[in-house]
Design a binder for this molecule. Sequence first.
Ligand SMILES: [Zn+2]
Length: 117
Amino acid sequence: MVKGQEIIGLRMTTRAATIFAIIESLSTAKEVLDSLGVCGNKVFKKQPEHCPICDASHMATLELIGVSSKPLFWECEGCGSLWCREKRSWIEGRIEELHGIWTNAEDWEQPHKDDMN
Ligand SMILES: [Zn+2]
């Protein structure tokens, strides 16, 4: 009997979020993370046993589509606070890169149809 991946006592869920709209309306990656509710700079490679804020023991992973293919945060199911799984500075760097891509999108040259063969 295959039980699959089950971690006793912990409910693991992956919830994906998209932050395109947030990034476009805010100017810095730090503001983006603050608006998402990311707490502090501490990195939790493993799920915290209890939320440092509300003491809840259930956390989900939160993925930011387009920023990284792996989940970047733990999200407390009790109070909704987010905790970094990677260095905050690294996450901010990834977001800054995306910001640059979007703001420069109008500068991209469209290949002319006649040139495509
Ligand atoms: Zn909490």
